[in-house]
Design a binder for this molecule. Structure first.
Ligand code: IMP
Length: 206
């Protein structure tokens, strides 16, 4: 008997996000509203991925396929991070572990202070967030969208919404940091919001 599984997709899909980050899940749920998005732990799977890629694309694809190979179900992966011009693109793909010592990651507020310290006396504060999103439907059917979100690093942390670097990412056209924006507003303009929107459109057209 042929053991190959045929995966049939209906309009509403259950998609597993290759992440443990509930903030990402929360933001993506607001965009992929036609579908059910879950974390691996929500379906009783433990998932951890060591990011060894040299780009957001490699890490996004790596995460997505690592989970897909485990569960053979539709998977979405988001690899994202912050690029600071004056720091030659740091923290970039290392955004989650920036400033960590002996493999112990800093909490976001400490990481933000670490980054602000590095920029003391620097006049170029240009920065951008990147999000590379990979949707795997089957081992030979996958889609990628990468988007960016430009802004400036602030001198001090402000605001309580969002996560990660949001309190130090300032949007001149709003006169606010991302952490001062309502979540829905962030999604309309953010790297993740825009990449997620592309994936949502693609799913709609399948
Ligand atoms: P990843 O899990 O390797 O994709 O790590 C992404 C890291 O980049 C997060 O832990 C955050 O520190 C940062 N990051 C990505 N997207 C955002 C965002 O929308 N706001 C703030 N920080 C973000």
């Amino acid at each position: 008997m042929d053991s190959t599984r045929t995966i049939v997709y209906s309009h509403v899909m259950e998609i597993i996000l290759a992440s443990g980050n509930r903030h990402k899940l929360f933001e993506l749920k607001e965009i992929l509203t036609d579908h059910t998005l879950l974390l691996p732990e929500d379906i009783g799977i433990s998932f951890d991925f060591e990011e060894t890629g040299t780009s957001f694309l490699e890490n996004s694809q790596g995460k997505a396929f690592a989970l897909f190979n485990k569960i053979s179900r539709p998977v979405l992966a988001d690899d994202s991070g912050l690029i600071v011009e004056a720091l030659n693109g740091e923290p970039g793909i290392y955004s989650a572990r920036y400033g960590s010592v002996n493999g112990i990651e800093l909490e976001a507020p400490a990481r933000n202070i670490y980054l602000l310290d590095k920029l003391q006396g620097e006049s170029n504060l240009s920065a951008e967030f990147i999000c590379c999103m990979s949707l795997i439907l089957d081992k030979n059917r996958f889609f990628v969208a990468q988007e960016s979100f430009k802004g400036e690093i602030t001198r001090e942390s402000t605001g309580i919404n969002g996560f990660g670097y949001d309190p130090i990412f300032f949007l001149p056209e709003y006169g606010k940091t991302v952490a001062e924006l309502p979540e829905k507003e962030k999604n309309k303009i953010s790297h993740r919001g825009k990449a997620g929107y592309r994936i949502a459109k693609l799913l709609e057209e399948l």
